[in-house]
Design a protein around this ligand. Structure first.
Ligand code: 5GP
Ligand code: ZN
Length: 118
């Protein structure tokens, strides 16, 4: 069973902020912003590559609810899902990072020089 499935089953403790039948949201153990929440489906999906659009529709609503609950909807926030090796995905269970609570940076995604690829 993967790490996040264990969190869903409460075999591994987490700081849960929102839960319903389909989804779970909890604080990231290693926050990269004042607010750093992870939102996951309770069914195991490896990554965004495999998620079906119907699940994404309700996942979208769940993420929007988190943004409202944490008062990020007006100040702004970022939603990220890392996919596979180049995406930097470490946990192979679909998850969305919800980052906010401060002005976020937007720079330096890789050591490759984007100008070399123009
Ligand atoms: P990824 O790199 O796969 O997109 O993100 C995985 C995230 O899960 C990382 O931000 C990491 O800090 C977080 N994480 C890893 N293990 C745990 C854990 O046991 N509990 C919680 N709450 N977060 C975790
Ligand atoms: Zn899983």
């Amino acid at each position: 069973m993967c790490l996040f499935c264990k969190i869903i089953n409460k075999e591994i403790p987490s700081n849960i902020i929102l839960e319903n039948e389909e989804f779970l949201a909890f604080h990231d153990i290693n926050p990269k912003a004042p607010v750093h929440i992870l939102a996951i489906p309770k069914i195991h999906v490896d990554s965004f590559n495999e998620v079906n659009p119907e699940l994404m529709a309700s996942m979208t609503k769940f993420i929007q609810n988190i943004a409202v609950e944490f008062q990020l909807d007006e100040s702004g926030y970022r939603v990220i899902t890392n996919i596979g090796e180049n995406g930097g995905q470490e946990v192979k269970h679909l998850h969305f990072h919800i980052l906010g609570g401060a002005k976020l940076k937007w720079e330096h995604f890789s050591d490759a020089n984007p100008q070399d690829f123009l």
